[in-house]
Design a protein around this ligand. Structure first.
Ligand SMILES: *[C@@H]1O[C@H](CO)[C@@H](O)[C@H](O)[C@H]1NC(C)=O
Ligand SMILES: *[C@@H]1O[C@H](CO)[C@@H](O)[C@H](O)[C@H]1NC(C)=O
Ligand SMILES: *[C@@H]1O[C@H](CO)[C@@H](O)[C@H](O)[C@H]1NC(C)=O
Ligand SMILES: *[C@@H]1O[C@H](CO)[C@@H](O)[C@H](O)[C@H]1NC(C)=O
Ligand SMILES: *[C@@H]1O[C@H](CO)[C@@H](O)[C@H](O)[C@H]1NC(C)=O
Length: 610
C-alpha cells in the first residue's frame, strides 16, 4: 500500500485506474549514489544468483523460478529481478549479519526500486553490532520481473481510460461516476482475461500465477539461493565457513537457511503468509504497517481507514502548533478546527467549481477527486509531505497556481541532512492523470513506478482475495457507504480498489492450490531454534493500516510482540522515524531481541520541526 504513484496504491491503491498501489511505500534516494538506467534484459536469467554491477554500487541478478510451485511438472518458469546492496563488511567478517529482505508493499511495489532508493538508509538503520546486506526483488509480474502483468498493448490507451475514469469524478458524488468506473473496470477485467500479453502457449497466463502464496514460495527459493551464493563467495576466498555467524546461513549443511525480513504495508501480508506457510523458515521477521490478513483475503478492504480521520486531524493540529512554519497558519486562525474548516470548504468548493490550472502554455483542471487524491497520498509521510501539502493547499486556496506547482516540483531539493537515517519515501506528487505528466514531470534518476502498475496490483490483490464478482451495483453502493462512514475524506477513493475485483474474471484467478487464505498463524514449536517470534509495528495514526490490525495479527503468532510509534503516517520504515524504533530494529535483527510488550516509541521529529 504505498502511497503516491498511481492512486491505486498511492498507498494501498488509491483508486484511480492509474493509481497503482494502495499499500505501497515510495522510496527515496539517500546515501549511496545510484545512477542511470540499467538494461535488465542484458543479464541472462539463471537458477542460481549471478550478480552483475548495476545502478552504480548495487548488484542485480535475474533468478529463474518455477511458474507453478504447486505443480512442478509444469515446465514453465518466470524470472525475478533481484537487487542487493552488499553489506559494508565482507561476508567472512565476524560482524556480517546476513541478508535482510525488504518488501515495500503495494501489492505491485517494486522491491528493486526500493533498494535503489532507500537501501542505504535501511542499512544505516539496521547496522549496529552486525552489518547487513539489504536485498529485495520485484515480485512476479512486477516492474523488471518477467513476464510482466501488463494487459494493454498501448500505454496511450491505458492512459486514456484512466482519464475517462478520473473525469467521471469521485464515486460518492454522483451515480454517473459509479456507472463510468463500473464500465471501465469491467472493460479492464475483460482485457486482462483476453490479452495475448503474458500468455503462455498452453493458453494459461501469468496473471493466474502471481498470488502472494506463490511469492512466499519464491521467497523460500530466494533465501536458499542467497545462502548458496554466500557459501560460494566464502569458499571462493578460502574463508573458513565456520566463522559465519549469520542467522540466515545454516550452521551445517542440514539446517535450512532462514528468512530475515522487513515487510511494509502489503509487505506485512506477504510476511504473514510466509510465516503461516513456512514457520520453520522464519529467522527475523518485522511486519510494519500491518494489514488485517483476514480482511484482505476476503477482498474486504474494510479494516484500513479506521484511523484515517485521526491522521487528517493530526495534520491540522501539528500545523497549528508549528505556527508560522506551517504555510496554512496565520494570525487570525484561532485553532486547528478553524484551519480544517477552511481547507475542507475549499475542497468541497471544487466539487462544483474545479480550478483551472494554466501554466507554460498548458491547461488542466484541479477537481475535487484530484485534490482528495493528493491529500490521501500526502497523509502517508508527514515529516516530508505535510509541510509540502500545507504549501500547496495555501497556494491553491489563494488561486496561486504557479506557487502550488513550484512547490510540488521542488520536492527533490527537500533534504534532511540532520537525519542521516531518514529516508523519506518518494515525496512524489500523486498520480493525477495528465497533471503529473505535463505539469509535474520530474526527471528522476532512478525507476519508481511503471506504466502497468495498476494491472499488476489488481492481478495480485483480486486473485489473492475471495471472488466478489457476484456483487451488484447496489451491493457496491452499500459498501461505498460503509467506507465513507469510516473516512468521509478517503472512503470513496479506497472503494475503487475493490471495484476492480468486482470485475476480475475467474480465468485470471489463481487456482485454489495457489491461494493461501489462512489460518494466518504460527506456533513457536514449528520454528527453527535459531528463529525469533515476530515483531510488529503500528503507528497510532496510520491513515490506511490502523494499529489495531497489528494487535489482531500478533495474537495469532505465538510469542510475537507489537510496539507502537506514537505518530501519524503509514508504516515506520525509515520514513516516519523514531530513534527508539531504530534501536529496537538493530537489536532485533542482530540478536533476535524483542522489546517489552506495549512499548510506545516517540517520533524523532514532528513535521515542521525541520
Ligand atoms: C537491452 O538489451 C537487449 C539484449 O541485449 C537488447 O535487445 C535491447 O535492445 C536493449 N534495450 C535497450 C533499451 O537498450
Ligand atoms: C501440471 O502441469 C502439467 C504440465 O503443464 C499439466 O499437464 C498438468 O495437468 C498439471 N497438473 C495439474 C494438477 O494442474
Ligand atoms: C498507441 O496508440 C496511439 C493512438 O493510436 C498511437 O499514436 C501510438 O503511436 C501508439 N503507441 C505505441 C507505443 O504503439
Ligand atoms: C473526524 O475527526 C474530527 C476531529 O476529531 C471530528 O470532529 C469528526 O467528527 C471526525 N469525523 C468522523 C467521520 O469520524
Ligand atoms: C498451533 O497450535 C494450535 C493449538 O495447539 C493449533 O490448533 C494450531 O493448529 C497450531 N497451528 C499451527 C500452524 O500449527
Amino acid at each position: 500500500m504505498r502511497p503516491a504513484l498511481s492512486t491505486l496504491w498511492g498507498g494501498f491503491l488509491t483508486g484511480l485506474i492509474g493509481h497503482s498501489s494502495a499499500f505501497l511505500i515510495h522510496p527515496y534516494p539517500t546515501g549511496v549514489k545510484a545512477t542511470g538506467a540499467f538494461n535488465w534484459t542484458e543479464i541472462p536469467p539463471s537458477r542460481e544468483l549471478q550478480y552483475h554491477k548495476c545502478y552504480g554500487s548495487f548488484e542485480c541478478a535475474r533468478l529463474e523460478v518455477p511458474l507453478d510451485w504447486s505443480n512442478l511438472s509444469n515446465p514453465r518458469s518466470i524470472v525475478l529481478a533481484v537487487t542487493r546492496l552488499p553489506a559494508v563488511v565482507d561476508v567472512g567478517d565476524e560482524s556480517f549479519g546476513g541478508t535482510v529482505i525488504i518488501n515495500p508493499g503495494g501489492p505491485s511495489g517494486s522491491g528493486v526500486a526500493t533498494v535503489l532508493w532507500s537501501g542505504k538508509s535501511i542499512q544505516n538503520v539496521l547496522d549496529g553490532d552486525k552489518h547487513f546486506e539489504i536485498l529485495s526483488f520485484d515480485p512476479r509480474g512486477v516492474q523488471f520481473s518477467t513476464p510482466s502483468l501488463a494487459c494493454f498493448e498501448n500505454d496511450t490507451l491505458r492512459y486514456t481510460l484512466d482519464l475517462l475514469g478520473a473525469g467521471a469524478g469521485s464515486l460518492e458524488s454522483n451515480q454517473y461516476a459509479l456507472d463510468v468506473k463500473w464500465g471501465i473496470d469491467k472493460s479492464l477485467g475483460l482485457l486482462c482475461a483476453q490479452t495475448s500479453k503474458g500468455r503462455f502457449s498452453d493458453g494459461s497466463t501469468i496473471r493466474q500465477f502471481v498470488s502472494t502464496a506463490l511469492v512466499a514460495h519464491d521467497m523460500v527459493e530466494i533465501v536458499d539461493q542467497v545462502d548458496a551464493h554466500l557459501r560460494r563467495q566464502l569458499s571462493s576466498r578460502g574463508s573458513n565457513q565456520k566463522n559465519q555467524q549469520s542467522v540466515l546461513s545454516a550452521k551445517s549443511n542440514e539446517d535450512p537457511p532462514l528468512l530475515n525480513y522487513w515487510g511494509l504495508s502489503y509487505g506485512s501480508y506477504l510476511g504473514n503468509t510466509f510465516a503461516s506457510m513456512f514457520p520453520h523458515r522464519i529467522g527475523r521477521m518485522v511486519l510494519d504497517g500491518v494489514v488485517d490478513a483476514d480482511d484482505y483475503a476476503a477482498t474486504g478492504w474494510t479494516t484500513n481507514l479506521q484511523d484515517n480521520n485521526k491522521t487528517w486531524t493530526k495534520f491540522f493540529e501539528y500545523c497549528f502548533e508549528a505556527g508560522t512554519k506551517c504555510a496554512l497558519s496565520n494570525a487570525e486562525i484561532t485553532g486547528p478546527e478553524e484551519m480544517r474548516t477552511q481547507v475542507e470548504n475549499f475542497l468541497h468548493g471544487l466539487k462544483n467549481n474545479p480550478m483551472p490550472l494554466v501554466q507554460n502554455d498548458n491547461a488542466y483542471i484541479l477537481t475535487y477527486l484530484n485534490m482528495k487524491s493528493i491529500i490521501h497520498i500526502h497523509l502517508y509521510q508527514p515529516i516530508q509531505l505535510w509541510p509540502l501539502l500545507a504549501l500547496v493547499l495555501k497556494a491553491l486556496m489563494e488561486q496561486d497556481v504557479y506557487s502550488a506547482i513550484s512547490a510540488w516540483k521542488s520536492w527533490k531539493s527537500w533534504s534532511f541532512p540532520e537525519l542521516p537515517d531518514f529516508a523519506p519515501l518518494l515525496p512524489n506528487a500523486p498520480h493525477i492523470p495528465m497533471l503529473s505528466d505535463v505539469f509535474m514531470a520530474q526527471d528522476l534518476p532512478l525507476p519508481t513506478n511503471y506504466p502497468w502498475q495498476l494491472e499488476s496490483g489488481i492481478s495480485i490483490l483480486c486473485g489473492d482475495g475471495d471472488d466478489i464478482t457476484s456483487r451488484s451495483k447496489r451491493d457496491f453502493t452499500e459498501y461505498l457507504d460503509l467506507l465513507q462512514s469510516q473516512s468521509p475524506l478517503i472512503g470513496s477513493i479506497w472503494a475503487e480498489i475493490t471495484l476492480h475485483c468486482v470485475h476480475w474474471p475467474s480465468d485470471v484467478r489463481p487456482s485454489a492450490k495457489n491461494r493461501f487464505t489462512g489460518p494466518f498463524q504460527s506456533n513457536l514449536s514449528d520454528y527453527d531454534p535459531r528463529g525469533s517470534p515476530l515483531l510488529l509495528i503500528g503507528n497510532t495514526a496510520d491513515p490506511v493500516t490502523p494499529v489495531r490490525n497489528a494487535i489482531k495479527m500478533a495474537e495469532r503468532h505465538e510469542g510475537s510482540v507489537v510496539f507502537t510509534q506514537d505518530m501519524p503516517g503509514h508504516c515506520a520504515g525509515t520514513t516516519n522515524p523514531s530513534v527508539c524504533t531504530f534501536g529496537i530494529l538493530k537489536r532485533f535483527f542482530a540478536h533476535g531481541e524483542l522489546p517489552d510488550a506495549g512499548l510506545v516509541c516517540q517520533a524523532a521529529v514532528k513535521p515542521w520541526d525541520i
